[in-house]
Design a protein around this ligand. Structure first.
Ligand code: HAX
Length: 425
């Protein structure tokens, strides 16, 4: 099979033709209507974005290029990146080619480490991560080639080039932040014999006699890689990139959105919640005790982290994939047992509470508990793990956006009074 670049070059003309045909032959076909409730409700359910890399079915969850995520859990994250970008899984030759390419680009310049060291104590790891990516922007091929007059038809190639540079550095950068700033220890050098996710696990430096921590990291990166186009991080990234800000600016913007407690920070919040339960009951509570604890939380006006979703209306298959992993690897770990018990207790409570449209768990209800089991216990780092994975989806979506020649995103806004007048007419 051909390389990632060659596969894209082969496929893009047909994608462009498909889009040109739709716009030229059906320009006025209505796709979605919008209600007052939706305008004031975060545009929930409005079909206004195109995303070919992945799709979230409310009942069945995430599909990557039409394949249910549950059928991809044995794959490597770099294979998923190839699939997200092209719609095809790489064969062995193409995978090795991509892995070699990433290895060749993985070094992080010293000035970035100096900058990471210089930021004050207590700086959140997501700030360190996002700032580090911004600091690498001087290497942007897109920015340089754009200034040299790059034609629009070739934008995707330069975006891909930047994306590969960024993806290649993610394990080194994220693990470096963990070691230097979270643990106050020395960085661990990359092992070039390892795959992208395996090397990430290696550089984090946790005990991994059986290789299961590396397996967890690979699975984690696959499960968090993409979640269609409307989630805050990817949506923001794509909007910024549509202004032809290069991928360094765009990914950093997306990461800043991922840092919010209703999005990527939910895994940190979720683990805090689980630890609070463990402390309150000195271990795993009884079902009745846990039910009361959950009600107390709701009565205090707080959300149950890891439960609910803007699109999903069933248990997230990514949650199920982690649940299977946990049952196999750490069934007796008290933190994992609390996760299992919450899965039993929370959905009926949320149903009775009657507010959340989806009472079922999302991926954030469990991901942190497995990292915790392996000794990655500093939960302020968890969103960086999520970010490392989501950069795959952000990158693939930018590449496809530029490949199909989407223009700058610029919806129309209206004042509240405009809506009032509309209603009164
Ligand atoms: N616990 C308590 N109340 C909840 C709830 C939960 N887990 N989930 C939703 N609700 C409440 C909302 O706060 C809202 O209340 P108000 O009307 O008082 O504002 C009401 O139920 C309706 O919300 P919704 O329509 O069901 O949910 P939204 O689409 O507005 O929001 C969220 C989806 C994921 C943000 C929401 O369910 C939530 O806050 N969950 C907890 C945080 C979380 O797990 N976030 C991670 C989501 C996955 C993700 O993006 N990861 O990055």
């Amino acid at each position: 099979m051909a390389t990632l670049q060659e596969t894209l070059a082969r496929k893009i003309p047909a994608w462009r033709e498909e889009v040109r045909d739709l716009v030229q032959n059906h320009p006025d076909r209505v796709v979605s209507e919008i209600t007052v409730k939706q305008i004031f409700g975060g545009l929930r359910g409005v079909k206004a974005l195109i995303c070919d890399t992945s799709f979230v079915d409310p009942e069945k969850g995430l599909f990557i290029r039409g394949i249910p995520i549950i059928e991809l859990t044995h794959r490597l994250p770099e294979e998923i990146f190839f699939l997200l970008c092209t719609g095809e899984l790489p064969d062995e030759k193409a995978r090795i080619n991509l892995q070699e390419d990433l290895k060749a680009r993985s070094e992080v310049p010293q000035y970035v480490w100096d900058m990471i060291k210089a930021l004050p104590p207590g700086t959140h790891p997501m700030i360190l991560f996002s700032t580090a990516i911004m600091a690498l922007q001087r290497y942007s091929v897109f920015s340089r080639r754009y200034n040299e007059g790059l034609p629009k038809s070739d934008y995707w190639e330069a975006v891909l080039e930047d994306a590969l540079q960024i993806i290649a550095k993610i394990p080194t950068l994220a693990a470096g932040i963990y070691r230097m700033r979270v643990l106050q220890k020395k960085r661990i050098l990359s092992d070039p014999s390892l795959d992208w996710g395996g090397d990430f696990a290696h550089m984090l430096g946790l005990e991994d006699g059986q290789g299961e921590f590396a397996n967890l990291i690979r699975l984690y990166l696959v499960l968090h890689s993409d979640h269609e186009g409307g989630n805050v991080s990817v949506n923001v990234c794509r909007i910024v990139n549509s202004a032809l800000s290069d991928p360094y600016y765009s990914i950093a913007a997306g990461l800043n959105g991922l840092a919010g407690p209703l999005h990527g920070l939910a895994n940190q919040e979720s683990l805090k919640f689980i630890l609070r339960i463990k402390d309150a009951f000195n271990g795993v509570p009884r079902t009745e005790q846990l039910r009361e604890f959950v009600w107390e939380t709701l009565r205090g006006g707080q959300v149950i982290p890891g439960y609910g979703h803007a699109v999903l209306r069933a248990t997230d298959p990514r949650f199920k994939a982690f649940l299977e992993f946990g049952k196999r690897v750490c069934p007796d770990d008290p933190i994992f047992r609390i996760v299992e018990k919450l899965y039993e207790v929370v959905p009926p409570v949320l149903q009775e509470h009657g507010k959340a449209k989806n009472p079922w768990p999302n991926v954030d209800a469990i991901s942190g508990s497995l990292l915790y089991h392996f000794g990655l216990r500093q939960f302020e780092f968890y969103t960086v793990m999520f970010a490392a994975a989501r950069i795959l989806g952000m990158s693939a979506q930018m590449i496809v956006d530029r490949a199909i020649l989407l223009p700058i995103v610029r919806p129309k806004s209206v004042p509240v009074n405009w809506v009032k007048q509309l209603i009164s007419t």
